[in-house]
Design a protein around this ligand. Structure first.
Ligand code: FEO
Length: 134
């Protein structure tokens, strides 16, 4: 069972960035599947690292899009991305056999953050985009 069901309410109407969000949800579901199948911690950690790398790639693309389109709340948005990246880096560093509950904490954090961020913070630039192109 996925930790996040993709829902079209996540769509912003910007195909490249919508595709990135789909990919983030997919990577998170893969890591969750591995975790629930009791894969070795190291393997779950690798999938979570891949997700963190993809998030970094996505954030850069999103921030470039916001700059190119004159989005007015860029600084606040970048601050959210940076805070997320710092938190995930810290949690990934601590994933080890000594800390068996951490992957679930991290998976839950990622789920909650992604859903909230896409539906609130990202949705704001989606609305901005629609007003610019209306
Ligand atoms: Fe789609 Fe702001 O991350």
């Amino acid at each position: 069972m996925p930790i996040i069901d993709w829902d079209d309410k996540f769509l912003l109407g910007i195909p490249q960035l919508d595709e990135h969000h789909r990919q983030l949800v997919k990577l998170l579901n893969q890591a969750f599947d591995d975790f629930t199948a009791k894969a070795p911690l190291e393997e779950v950690g690798k999938l979570l690292e891949a997700l963190a790398d993809y998030a970094t790639y996505h954030f850069a693309a999103e921030e470039n899009w916001m700059k190119a389109n004159g989005y007015p709340r860029l600084a606040e948005h970048v601050a959210e991305h940076d805070k997320f990246s710092a938190r995930v880096t810290e949690m990934l560093r601590d994933v080890s056999a000594d800390n068996p509950t951490l992957p679930l904490e991290l998976l839950t954090f990622l789920k909650n953050w992604l859903v909230e961020h896409i539906l609130t913070t990202d949705a704001d630039y989606g609305r901005f985009f629609r007003t610019q192109t209306a």
